[in-house]
Design a protein around this ligand. Structure first.
Ligand code: FE2
Length: 331
């Protein structure tokens, strides 16, 4: 090759290389997931799974209460894999119906729908966390089981207990590792417009707020309910069940700022019968949106997408239903 031709080839290669570099910025990294609980077997559950398939998230989190009947674990797993494929990460944590084997056994669900997320730590099905993606994570998902009766008794999440400390460290370590978002999931809510008391425990719920966990997802109540962003401060050092302190609401619109507090969302609408919302509940001022049998009844799933500086959360109704709700949190 002559020197002139070589120079021309080199120039072309360099300009091609540069064009390859700066033609467009790399796509923004993101993680998406869906979450709901209280499924059962049947048309409702299938409609919600169809919605999950349509949304095509990176993974799904089931927040407990799967079949509501004994011995149907395999039927449930087959329904899920039939809709979403055997490789799809359909991640589990127990609800009160399968924690003690009453209407199914969490250990059998875990056998037929095993963990599919790399790097998961803890005891899958009961108490675990995972960073997503594994490399340069955008979020840490922490799943816990306060307020549930297992065969060996209720797990202890009281202040200072081992499980309290495990949860606290999981949140703190994520912060220390500069993982942008923290999401906690558990079957039982505390504040609620449904029928149950604070089964997650008041102190443990306050821990979520103390730590500014961005989003907490529950099942148990077969309704949708989303709180405002709730935060601790001088006027709201701690939150109490059934007593409203207006100062605990740090932001009541739909554009929230990360690090100011926590949003609690209950999505017990994975397929089971929908129940009434009690809009006269004393805790109502803490809530931004709700849906139930007596107000826009809708089965569906929560759909969450995070990037390094934004979390978008939406309730996606299953086909034939129409309720929706959405909000975002920015860094
Ligand atoms: Fe349930």
């Amino acid at each position: 090759m002559s020197r002139k031709v070589f120079a021309a080839v080199l120039a072309a290669a360099v300009s091609f290389g540069l064009a390859g570099c700066d033609s467009s910025p790399p796509p923004e990294r993101s993680v998406s997931f869906t979450a709901a609980g209280d499924t059962s077997l049947g048309e409702g559950a299938e409609a919600v799974l169809d919605k999950v398939k349509e949304l095509d998230p990176d993974f799904n989190v089931h927040v407990g209460d799967m079949t509501y009947e004994k011995g149907a674990e395999k039927a449930f797993c087959d329904m899920v894999t039939g809709k979403l494929g055997a490789d799809f990460p359909y991640q589990l944590v127990a609800g009160n119906h399968e924690s003690n084997g009453l209407d199914g056994d969490i250990d059998k669900f875990v056998e037929c729908l095993p963990n599919k997320m790399p790097g998961l730590q803890g005891e899958y099905g009961r108490q675990w966390y995972v960073d997503v993606p594994q490399d340069q994570p955008l979020m840490r998902l922490i799943m816990v089981s306060p307020g549930l009766e297992f065969e060996d008794g209720e797990l202890d999440y009281s202040r200072g207990s081992k499980r309290w400390q495990w949860t606290e460290s999981a949140i703190d370590d994520a912060r220390e590792a500069n993982i942008p978002w923290t999401v906690v999931g558990m079957h039982t809510p505390c504040f609620s417009l449904g029928r149950y008391d604070c089964e997650a425990g008041q102190a443990f719920t306050n821990l979520m707020i103390d730590k500014n966990v961005d989003l907490v997802v529950h099942g148990h109540e077969h309704i949708y309910q989303r709180t405002h962003q709730l935060g601790h401060g001088q006027e709201c050092p701690s939150m109490s069940v059934d007593t409203v302190t207006p100062e605990c609401v740090v932001d009541s619109d739909t554009s929230l700022e990360s690090g100011k507090g926590t949003v609690f969302v209950t999505v017990g609408l994975g397929g089971r019968d929908i129940r009434d919302v009690n809009s006269r509940d004393p805790e109502r001022p803490y809530f931004a949106a709700w849906s139930g049998a007596n107000k826009s009844p809708s089965l569906g799933t929560l759909a969450v997408k995070v990037t390094s500086n934004r979390m978008e959360v939406k309730f996606e109704p299953a086909e034939g239903h129409s309720f929706t709700d959405s909000f975002s949190i920015s860094k």
